[in-house]
Each structure stands twice: as C-alpha cells, then as structure tokens.
Design a protein around this ligand. Structure first.
Ligand SMILES: Cc1cc2nc3c(=O)[nH]c(=O)nc-3n(C[C@H](O)[C@H](O)[C@H](O)COP(=O)(O)OP(=O)(O)OC[C@H]3O[C@@H](n4cnc5c(N)ncnc54)[C@H](O)[C@@H]3O)c2cc1C
Length: 400
C-alpha cells in the first residue's frame, strides 16, 4: 500500500476477530468504502493471533455457537456450511458449535469478499494522538491520519506467567506458554513427561491434544474441573442481564458483576468427558494443585513442588494460564489514557460512553470496552455487540 493511500476515514488498530468484524460492519452498513479503512496489525495477515492460539491449544471446535462469526448476517455460517463436505461433523452439541476449520474457512470468504486484506497495513501502533477533528497513529516511524481510530487490540500482549515460571524460564528451563506465538507443539518430545498448567479450556484442549502413546501428560489445575458450556451465560448477550447491568453507574460495581458473570477457568461438558476418558486410559493425570517451587535438575529435567507437598520430575512445562486481569495495550494505551485524561475505572479499564467512544475520535472494542459491553465483550459475539453500538452512532453523525 503506498503512503498516499494510508490516510483514511477509519484506522482500526488490530486485525483480529474484532478489527475484521468492525471493518466488515462499516463496509456493509455503507459507512465506509474500502479506501476509507486502514487496519493496522503487526502480523502478516488478518486473524493471525486467533489462528495461532487456537492451533497452539489444538482446538477442534469453538466454544461459541454457529451464530457467532465474522459476518453481519446471523445465519451466514449456517448457510455457508450447507454445501460443504468435511471429514468430521461441521457442528457439535451442545449449542451447534462450529468446527474450527469451518469457522476459519467462512472467515476466509468474508475477508475475500470484503477485500479487507487490501487495506491491511503491517505494523505495531506505538502511539495514538487525538485532535479536535481528527486522530492519528504512529506506526513504523510514520504518522497516519484519520477521522476516527478504533482500538481492537485483543489481549495478546497481556499473557499471564506465574512468578515461578518466569524464574524457571530465566534458568533456561523448557517452559513455554501455549498462548504465545512462539509456542510450537512440534518441539515437544514424543516421550516427554509434560506438565500442563491451568484448568480452563486452553489447558484442557492442550492436555487432550498433546496426549500420545508414550508422552505422559499431567494437568495441574488450581481448582477442581468447572463445567460450563459458555464463557458467560447467554443472557449476557442480550437484554436479559444487560438491561440491569447498564443501570449500574459505578464502574467498580460493573467490574464486580463482570468478574462474577464470567465462567473463568471452566470447560465445556464434551471436553470434560474427553479429559476424564484420557485419565481413565492412563494417558493423562489430573491434579488439583498449584506449583509453588521449581528446581532445575538437568537441561531436560525439572522438579516441581506443588502446594500440597507433592514433588514431580517433568521434562517440559506448558503454561495455559490465560491472560492477566490488567488493562491490555501496554504503554500505548497507558500514554493515551494519561495524555488525554481519558476516563478509567479503578481497575484501569476505559469507561467509554454508550457508543463505545473513549474520546470523540476514539472507539474501543473487546476487553477495553467490557465495562460498557459486559462479560461477553472479549468474545466473538462481543465484536458484534460493539459494532451494534459504534455503527448506529456513526450512522447518525456521518449521514446527517
Ligand atoms: C484458545 C482460545 C479459544 C477461544 N475460543 C473462543 C470461542 O470459541 N468463541 C469465542 O467467542 N471466543 C473465543 N476465544 C476468545 C477469543 O480470543 C476472542 O473471541 C477473539 O480472538 C478476540 O479477538 P480480538 O480481535 O479482540 O483479539 P485478537 O484476535 O488477539 O486480535 C487482536 C489483534 O490486535 C493486534 N494488536 C495488538 N496491539 C496492537 C498495536 N499496538 N498495533 C497494531 N495491532 C495491535 C494483535 O497483534 C492482534 O492481531 C478464544 C480464545 C482463546 C485464547
């Protein structure tokens, strides 16, 4: 893309699920022509982070149902599935959840039809500047201008590493995090004893997909297995719970409601069944405990001590400990908040208005929008919910 074409009406920071959904919604609603959009992301292509984490954990089916996808039309994925033949079921129970292949192939068609990829610009935004009638971003040493900036940055920069694991890594121990781009399951030996740390979907997917004949898997979950079909109750996707949520004016109270509503560290019933079957077949051992100490023994052997006193020797440690609960976006968002005195809750997260404007030139989605969108904000449906707030606002200001 040449520099002349890089100034646009909308700059979307982040080309993941949320950034692509918002771009597609702006195009479909006629609020933007292709040239009006610029999507900036450090990866080579859209949805890279999504594809990396889902492949790293070995996920085969989504947790969310078939109406959660990248198109604006609810039954688009169902229609897309009609004439396809795949080697395994396209949807599974409960809740008709699509296979990852189907979801990704459908997303590929959305990208192709919308031609969004043509407006994809490779780079990491280091700064966002807000002005009275415009906004600009700094990327690759250039300043790019737009009328609006939309932050859809996900949480990839906010991966949670326990302190003992940081120390182990510093000792050169083979400790990796499954949500990191650098993770590679190919580097895990077929005969290793692998400790998978965590108790949620990522950990259990990882444990199941790594289990193999001669490889011993230990799943160390800090809590007993928790079973929930969704990340949060579907009532959080509509008026059932959101009507009363929006009446809460205190952001601290909203944060408390979100924390309670999220089924953090839980797994779906099918995944629990698969895991327990592996345990029965002695292919995976499940411990409800946490690592408190680590001792290197040799280049390929570590000793881990659990809080209950047990000590185990393992060859590899794979963390599936999710994301930190702090505000994502690092210095870029910190500077933005402090330079423009943008409203933040005690938890550090933005307090956007009902249209998800954190400033009159800046919108947020995903985790950054959750104090307004609610517990489902980080999910795929959260992108649709965000677009449902941003698009009507822009429709009003840009078409009058
Ligand atoms: C293993 C796994 C499985 C999941 N399964 C489901 C599921 O089945 N259903 C569901 O609803 N949700 C699921 N989720 C949650 C899921 O992550 C989100 O729904 C979705 O990926 C979030 O999209 P996003 O665009 O916010 O973040 P991402 O997909 O992470 O995209 C954000 C993008 O922003 C870019 N970015 C960040 N900072 C900058 C910057 N400064 N400049 C430029 N670009 C930047 C990043 O590089 C990234 O490409 C799952 C999560 C995980 C980890």
């Amino acid at each position: 893309m040449s520099i002349q074409t890089r100034n646009s009406k909308f700059i979307i920071v982040g080309g993941g699920i949320h950034g692509v959904y918002i771009a597609n919604a702006l195009l479909k609603e006629g609020l933007a022509a292709l040239d009006d959009l610029l999507i900036i992301d450090p990866n080579d292509e859209p949805l890279s982070n999504w594809k990396a984490v889902t492949s790293n954990v070995g996920m085969d089916y989504l947790r969310s149902p078939k109406v959660h996808h990248l198109d604006t039309e609810p039954f688009s994925l169902k229609k897309f599935a009609r004439n396809r033949s795949y080697t395994r079921p396209l949807f599974i129970a409960p809740n008709d959840r699509p296979s990852l292949d189907l979801f990704n192939n459908h997303a590929g068609v959305i990208l192709e039809e919308s031609r969004i990829q043509e407006r994809f610009y490779h780079g990491l935004v280091s700064r966002v500047s807000l002005h009275k009638n415009s906004a600009s971003v700094s990327v690759n040493g250039e300043t790019l201008n737009s009328q609006y900036v939309i932050l859809s940055i996900g949480q990839g920069d906010n991966i949670s590493w326990p302190d003992w694991a940081v120390a182990a890594k510093q000792h050169g121990a083979p400790v990796t995090h499954v949500l990191e781009r650098s993770f590679s399951r190919l580097r895990l030996s077929d005969t290793a004893t692998v400790a998978v740390i965590g108790g949620g979907m990522s950990a259990v997917h990882t444990a199941i997909s790594l289990a193999a004949n001669d490889r011993k898997i230990m799943l160390l979950s800090p809590h007993p297995l928790r079973q929930h079909d969704y990340d949060s109750d579907p009532g959080w996707m509509g008026p059932k719970y959101l009507t009363s949520f929006r009446k809460i004016s205190n952001p601290k109270e909203r944060r408390a409601v979100i924390s309670t509503a999220r089924n953090t560290g839980s797994i779906t019933r099918d995944l629990k069944k698969k895991l327990l079957l592996l345990e029965k077949r002695n292919q995976c051992k499940i411990y409800t405990d946490s690592v408190v100490a680590f001792t290197p023994v040799s280049a390929s052997l570590m000793q881990i001590r659990l809080s209950g006193g047990d000590v185990f020797g393992v060859n590899q440690i794979v963390l599936a400990t999710g994301y930190n609960s702090t505000r994502p976006g690092g210095e870029m968002v910190d500077q933005l908040a402090s330079n423009y005195n943008l409203p933040c809750s005690e938890c550090g997260f933005p307090i956007p208005d009902v249209s998800l404007r954190w400033h009159k030139r800046l919108f947020v989605t995903g985790a950054l929008a959750e104090l307004e969108v609610g517990p489902a904000s980080r999910n795929i449906i959260g992108a649709k919910m965000a677009a449902g707030k941003i698009v009507p606002f822009l429709n009003l200001v840009l078409t009058n």
